[in-house]
Design a protein around this ligand. Structure first.
Ligand code: NDP
Length: 448
């Protein structure tokens, strides 16, 4: 059996009931096959793939807190410190009822390659909890965040592990976590990113993942003699990534006609009014029904079981920005049938593997999240740099660095794909380019 297949079987056997983690490992190993097979003897002897797929450290902990009725609640807390070969662990904290160990491991594993692709010195990690901030009072969210950090603070630090936001963890949660970290340690240091601007946050971090997604899509389009101008774009999600992807795509001349949340989706043929969407989602934290109520041209559709509405809308470009496995094989078929030519992932692993293969086989230009949503973590690393030098850069400075980083990622993934005989396969290109740097650093540092 080949080394790749052997290691995949081992991962499945050692990590039972973690389908998302298996899926992420399979996708990466499959596209690395050609590189691994060229160095099989050396990698096998050093157990490089076994080490790469086993987290350096997994921290699982209890998070007790008291709700507004005086009832004690208990959640599970997770931090996976996956790989520190090229820098301190870096990756977000997800707060969502669906969070479990397998999901955090899939996200942490992906993060290793994504962080490597940014060209910045950051290792891979991820964390979170099955706590749901939705419907909780500010005091309850604070109680949870303080309890979460009271355990986690022992394992993180500006030079060891620097968590950030993710689904359910926005500026409010980061603020409460930072306050508790500072209180426990007495250190005013860049231990978390996504901080508010008054206490060490970076300008353009809020916009970074969505803007970065559009910058890399634009680089891809330009490489194929096209642009965003007058293109119809379909976006899923209505959170941080989706909102700023919509804003930047519209600034570049596209018409974005959809967005969605966990209960429904919007079709707005006149183009999404991004300021209204921000008001509904960022300020009021309300449902998309409020967007539809305030805008004549918008249709609201309740999400039906197993159906992902927005992918049936005719478009040139699709940007999935909600969550994992939200674009499946039926959605991919609908997109191709409707003439969609480009899919770039804003979320982490939103496209299932068979859907990805279908899109690629049908000539759709496809960039996977670990490359196309790396703008968020890249800008988090820029926040770390600003914290270290005790300076704040202007919005334009950060935004222009972000643009440069995304264009560089596009260049690196397309060159890596070409070099290994898979021109135009940006999934393979991203995995190969991300892997080679980490593998070289791991080899140089010996068996650790
Ligand atoms: P947010 O919490 O801000 O928004 C998530 C959006 O997706 C919301 O509209 C939410 O709906 C919807 N959503 C969440 N879970 C589900 C689900 N199970 N089914 C359908 N819709 C769902 O998160 P972000 O925008 O920050 O993150 C979105 C994706 O991008 C995630 O995969 C995240 O890991 C990834 N990502 C985020 C980065 C960042 O910087 N924020 C960086 C890199 C990747 P509702 O409003 O109803 O909750």
């Amino acid at each position: 059996m080949s080394y790749v297949d052997e290691v995949y079987e081992l991962v499945v056997a050692k990590n039972p009931s973690q389908p998302e983690f298996h899926q992420a490992v399979k996708e990466v190993l499959e596209s690395l096959r050609v590189v691994i097979e060229a160095n099989e003897e050396e990698y096998r002897k050093e157990a490089l793939l076994e080490r790469l797929t086993t987290p350096e450290r997994q921290i699982l902990f209890r998070v007790p807190w008291v709700d507004d009725k005086g009832q004690v609640q208990v959640n599970n807390g997770f931090r996976i410190q996956f790989n520190s070969a090229i820098g301190p662990y870096k990756g977000g904290l997800r707060l969502h009822p669906s969070v479990n160990l397998g999901i955090i491991k899939f996200l942490g594993f992906e993060q290793i390659f994504k962080n490597s692709l940014t060209g910045l010195p950051i290792g891979g990690g991820k964390g979170g909890s099955d706590f749901d901030p939705k419907g909780k009072s500010d005091r309850e969210v604070m109680a949870f965040c303080q309890s979460f950090i009271t355990e986690l603070y022992k394992y993180i630090g500006a030079d060891t592990d620097v968590p950030a936001g993710d689904i359910g963890t926005g500026a409010r949660e980061i603020g409460y976590m930072y306050g508790q970290y500072k209180r426990l340690t007495g250190l005013y240091e860049g231990v978390l990113t996504g901080k508010g601007l008054t206490y060490g946050g970076s300008l353009a971090r809020t916009e970074a993942t969505g803007y970065g997604l559009v910058y890399i899509t634009d680089a891809l389009l330009r490489d194929h003699g096209q642009s965003f101008k007058d293109k119809t774009v379909v976006v899923s999600g209505a959170g941080n990534v989706a909102i700023y992807a919509i804003q930047k795509a519209e600034q570049l001349g596209a018409k974005v006609v959809s967005c969605s949340d966990s209960t429904g989706w919007i079709y707005d043929p006149e183009g999404i009014d991004v300021e209204l969407l921000r008001e509904v989602k960022e300020v009021k934290r309300a449902r998309l029904t409020e967007y539809a109520a305030a805008r004549k041209s918008a249709e609201y559709h309740e999400k039906k079981n197993g159906e992902h509405g927005v992918w049936n809308i005719k478009c040139d470009i699709a940007l999935p920005c909600a969550t994992q496995n939200e674009l499946d094989i039926d959605d991919a078929k609908a997109l191709v049938a409707n003439g969609c030519k480009v899919v770039c992932e804003g979320a982490n692993m939103p496209t299932t593997m068979d859907a990805t293969e279908y899109l690629q086989k049908n000539g759709v230009l496809f960039i996977c999240g670990k490359a196309s949503n790396a703008g968020g973590v890249a800008t988090s690393a820029l926040e770390m740099s600003q914290n270290s030098e005790r300076l704040s850069w202007t919005f334009e400075e950060v935004d222009s660095k972000l643009k440069g980083i995304m264009e560089n990622i596009y260049k690196n993934i397309s060159e890596a794909a070409k070099k290994y005989g898979m021109e135009g396969n940006y999934v393979a290109g991203a995995n190969i380019a991300g892997f080679l740097k980490v593998a070289e650093a791991m080899k140089a540092q010996g068996i650790v």
